[in-house]
Structures are given as C-alpha cells and as structure tokens.
Design a protein around this ligand. Sequence first.
Ligand SMILES: [Zn+2]
Length: 120
Amino acid sequence: MSRVGATQTVALGAILAGWFVAAGQHSSSDVWPWLALCLAGLGLSLMTNAMALFTLRRRIIRRFPALTLTSAAAPDRAGGEPVSGDGMTLFHRPDCILVTGKNVEAHRGDGRQPCGMCRP
Ligand SMILES: [Zn+2]
C-alpha cells in the first residue's frame, strides 16, 4: 500500500504542477503541454486506484470466502445432490446460503425450479 501512496503523491504532484504552471501562461498554446501533464497525472491516479481496489477485493475474497457469494456460486465447491424442503419453490445446492439452517432433504424432482443464486 505504500506504493499506492507514493504513486498517488506523484500523480497529485503532476496535477498540481501542471495546473499552476498552466495558470501562469500568457499564451493559450503554451497551456496544452501542462494540461497534458495534468491529464497524465489524473490517469495515473485513476489506474492506481483501480489496481488497489482490485487487489484489495482479491485479498478479501481469498481471506473471507464465506462472506462472498462466489463461494456459494462456485460449482467445484458444491457436493452432493440438490436439496429442497417443504414449502420451497426452488431446489438448491446443499451448501447454498438460502438453505443454511433449514430442514431440507434431497430434491426429488417434483416440479421445483433451480435456485438462481447457487445454480444447482
Ligand atoms: Zn440456492
């Protein structure tokens, strides 16, 4: 994360330097290179933020898989036959969070629709 801070500092420096130098120019044609520097700093800042967010998201998913829906939707994590229970209109994977703690049994194929969340 210190690299993110350093990169953001460089990006902010480019934006501010370009802005203040461009503000002191007398000719409009002299403004464009400094405006380009501002835009380059802005682009660098956006890319750094995007990469930091994706990295953090990946770390959160890796560390806390139970908190994300990806664990419920991953086909390789589900085991066993689909389940359903009395009064349910859908059938689910046994590890679907919608049936956690509910009284369910093996699905018998009695006209219920597959769950859109766990996709059995
Ligand atoms: Zn389900």
